[in-house]
Structure formats: structure tokens, C-alpha cells
Ligand binder design. Sequence first.
Ligand code: NAP
Length: 241
Amino acid sequence: MTENSKPLKDRVALVTGASRGIGAAVSVRLAELGAHLILVARTKAGLEEVDDKIRSIGGTATLTPLDLSQGVKINQLGSALFERYKKLDILIGNAGLLGTLGPINHIDPKVWQQTMDVNLTANWWLIRSLDPLLRQSSSGRAVFITSTAGHRSRAYWGVYAVSKAGLEMLVKTYAHEVEKTNINVNLFNPGGTRTRMRAEAFPGEDPMTLKTPEHIADQIVKMTLPSYAVNGEIVTAVNPK
Ligand code: NAP
């Protein structure tokens, strides 16, 4: 790969939920385009696997095993990144969990709390602690991963849907607040994609009928380029032909 094919050279990118699925695929693609990756998730083995892939294509990554339901740890991460890099160019708020599928009145309070903590509140903590770093970038780009469930109500998707609806409002509000800065912030809705979460939601489905995370990685990465001028939108994945 030539230098010209590395438009993200010298850029620092943080991806949450980087240990597998969509986050892993996006991380590898960002690294391929030259970015240095900060990989965040709980599962060290998964992060190491992604790191191996990144190294094999000549990229670099820093592994950050972290439980995103602990907001104070996200704050500490922000301080550590400031010490080391002084800026953040790309933030991908991707980590998420399904919680549980079932009637609203049957949701276990612990599951409710955990789902809201990871899908919604962790992204608020990320914005809170990383906004000053994104402002130091010549073109800070943030993309948060949402779902159709976040804007189309249906029975039994309660806690997941509420957490994603909250995420959409959080991100759109933040987008207004950074309108006059170098930061652009958007949402991406991948639609049905072949990952562990999708299999948990639709256990009877044949995963081979679904697009892979690699299929949509490029669409997300496009939203992180300095030339990407859109702000405050929900972009929906285009399915492969
Ligand atoms: P996945 O394969 O299950 O990956 C989820 C990621 O989130 C994992 O890397 C997981 O890492 C991380 N995560 C979960 N809880 C965490 C915590 N407490 N702290 C840190 N990291 C945590 O699912 P996916 O499909 O790739 O999901 C990625 C995003 O796409 C999610 O926001 C999801 O809502 C969204 N989405 C997916 C689909 C789909 O069809 N797949 C459709 C619409 C939207 P660890 O377990 O290692 O911590």
C-alpha cells in the first residue's frame, strides 16, 4: 500500500467494542488506511486477535481492556490519551449489548441498568471526556452505531430500543453543539449484520444470509475522513448487491 492510499496517516482513532464484530472490522480498516488505533473492549483475547490482524497489515494499535459501564474509567482513559497524544481524530462509539428481548414489565432491573450503561451512558462519558481531544484535531470525526430499533418502536425490544433512542438524541444534540468547530458527529445504522449480537437476537436465522462486518466497515470509515462534511445525520448501511 502506498502513502497515498493512507489518508488517515498520523491520525489517532479510538474504537469501542473493538474485540469482535463491527468494531473489530472497522478497526482493521482504519488501521489499513494509516490510523493508530486505540482498541477498547473487555475481552483481552479478542483485542489481541484484532491487534494481530492490524500488525499483519503493517498497522499499529494500543489495547485498552475496559468495562465501559464504569464511567469513571472512561474519564481516566481521556486523561491518559491527553497525556500521550494531545488529540483524538476519530471516535467510533460502537460497543453495545442487546440486553434482553421480552415485555417491558418483565425486564430484570440489572439488565436494564447494564444495557443503558453501555449503550447510552458510556457514550455520554466518551463525549464528555474526549470532546476536548477531538477539538484539538484538525478535523475530529465521531460516529456512533445505532439501530433501526432506536427510531422504530416494536414489541419486546424495550431496553435496547430505549437505549438506542437515547443515543440518537445524545448524538444529535452533541452535533448541534459542535456545529461551529472542526468536529463532525454522526450516527450509523448497520442493519442486520453477521455478528454475535445479531445471532443472540435472531437465533433461528441463517447467518450466511447476512452481510458481514467487513461489508460495512468501509461505509463507517468513509464517515471518519477529513473530507466528510456531514454533521448530525443517521446514515443507514447500504447492503451489498
Ligand atoms: P457484538 O459482536 O456482540 O460486539 C459487541 C461489542 O461491544 C464487543 O466488542 C463487546 O466487547 C463490546 N462490549 C459489550 N459490552 C461492553 C462493555 N461493558 N464494555 C466494553 N465493551 C463492551 O455486536 P455487533 O453486532 O458488532 O455490535 C456493534 C454495534 O452495532 C452495537 O452498538 C449494536 O447495537 C449495533 N448494531 C448491530 C446490528 C447487527 O445486526 N449486528 C444491527 C444494528 C445495530 P467485550 O464483550 O469484549 O467487552
